[in-house]
Write a protein that binds this ligand. Structure first.
Ligand code: NAP
Ligand code: G4F
Length: 363
């Protein structure tokens, strides 16, 4: 008998890596997708058509769709990864964020109960280091008090507590992974790391002049997403449901990430000025290639995330340093250098083809 996993958020960064991981373990994997007018299935396109990979339309805001789907799929494990996951966007769309990131978790739990699967279906909730927010201690572990500091974090706090509540009230196997930032070549392009690696590649290849960022002093504990999805699975393989911090235990500033990313793209940076006037200068050319823009400042910003992965290391047997910070940045930059070059070739070919068509050279 194959284990049956249902993944919400399957089209996202983590959903795509988790699907690959579970398929490699012999799972039957079902994912929830939403209707969209554009193609957003790039990250899972290579999995579509595989015999044990199935996609279904549903939405975290639509209880009936979730109840029907859980009843149809009869999952043994649910990984609830779906979320409006961008912190800055949560200030612009707080109600939507609360509906999906907070009430959405409740809808999944109730869909399991409605289908009487509470004794057979384990649930993983994608919780976050953003819960520590305006941090009360460093590094942060499972006992550190929460102080959410954005509409996103407040919504995720509800998700964390409702998971805990259903675990205790109904004896359900519900767990939260309190994951610190994890990145990859599949990371959304508006998160700071991917924004930097893509811009470094474009600037190195003459496709962009300058990268505009917000708070350069912000500290994050950045890991590799591919390593982190293993933890989600390990958490559900324990004898008892529990919550775990997943982090590398190493912290860097946004400025340090940018310096290293530009280095791997072949540009050495020198930093000058302070605050809004700070600039990253290309040492070889003297040109400003990084500048600060207030547009990327947040009304409240979380500035000191640093995780303590001791419990995950000892209880789950997980290695937090499988991919180092330097390797992560290098993987992302190498990928984006190739992507920018390939995009350039594709655009030249499109232009040539358009010219040939116009001149009647090809029909
Ligand atoms: P992501 O790339 O932004 O993916 C989010 C996923 O949620 C996408 O598949 C998206 O679908 C889906 N989604 C959003 N709203 C939905 C709705 N109403 N109904 C159904 N699906 C919906 O996020 P990620 O980086 O993979 O993160 C996965 C989860 O971990 C999220 O819950 C995030 O909050 C949490 N988390 C992430 C990190 C991190 O550093 N990456 C750290 C801690 C916690 P579309 O493709 O259709 O938009
Ligand atoms: O890359 P970020 O947008 O990630 P953030 O806010 O830490 O959230 C991510 O990690 C959380 C886990 O801690 C997840 F729960 C969440 O879903 C998401 O995946 O920003 C990181 C830091 C912030 O302090 C931000 O102010 O970088 C700073 N920053 C500076 N300039 C910027 C920019 N962030 C973005 N997105 N864009 C900038 O230009």
């Amino acid at each position: 008998m194959r284990s049956i996993a249902l993944i919400t958020g399957v089209t996202g960064q983590d959903g795509s890596y988790l699907s690959e991981f579970l398929l490699s373990k012999g799972y039957e994997v079902h994912g929830i997708i939403r209707r969209s007018s554009v193609d957003y299935r790039e990250r899972i396109a290579h999995l579509e058509g595989q015999p044990h990979f199935h996609l279904h339309y549903a939405d975290m805001g639509d209880s009936m769709s979730l109840v029907k789907l859980v009843g149809k799929v009869q999952p043994t494990e649910i990984y609830n990864l779906a979320a409006q996951s961008h912190v800055q966007v949560s200030f612009d769309a707080p109600e939507f964020t609360a509906d999906v990131d907070a009430v959405g978790v409740l809808r999944i739990l109730e869909a399991v109960r409605t289908n009487h699967l509470e004794k057979t279906c384990k649930i993983y909730q994608a919780s976050t280091s953003e819960l520590y927010g305006k941090v009360e201690e460093v590094p942060q572990n499972e006992k550190t008090p929460f102080h959410p500091y954005s509409p996103y974090a407040v919504a995720k706090l509800y998700g964390f507590w409702i998971i805990k509540e259903y675990r205790e009230a109904y004896d359900m196997f519900c767990c939260s992974g309190i994951l610190f930032n994890h990145e990859s070549e599949r990371r959304g392009e508006t998160f700071v790391t991917r924004k930097i690696t893509l811009a470094a590649a474009r600037i190195a290849q003459g496709k962009q002049d300058c990268l505009y960022l917000g708070n350069l002093d912000s500290l994050r504990d950045w890991g590799y997403a591919k390593d982190y999805v293993e933890c989600m699975w390990l958490i559900l393989q324990q004898d008892k449901p529990d919550d775990f911090v997943i982090a590398t235990g190493v912290q860097h500033t946004v400025r340090e990430f940018a310096t290293l990313a530009f280095h791997y793209a072949g540009i050495e940076l020198r930093w000058e000025g302070e605050g809004i006037n700070e600039k990253g200068i290309n040492v070889a050319t003297g040109k400003v290639v990084v500048a600060v823009s207030e547009d990327f400042y947040r009304p409240t910003d979380v500035v000191n995330l640093w995780g303590d992965p001791t419990k995950a290391r000892t209880q789950l047997g997980w290695n937090p340093q499988t991919t180092t910070f330097e390797q992560l940045v290098q993987i992302m930059v190498q990928h984006d250098m190739q992507k920018v070059a390939a995009d350039h070739v594709a655009s030249v070919m499109r232009t040539n083809l358009a010219e040939y068509l116009e001149k009647g050279v090809v029909k």
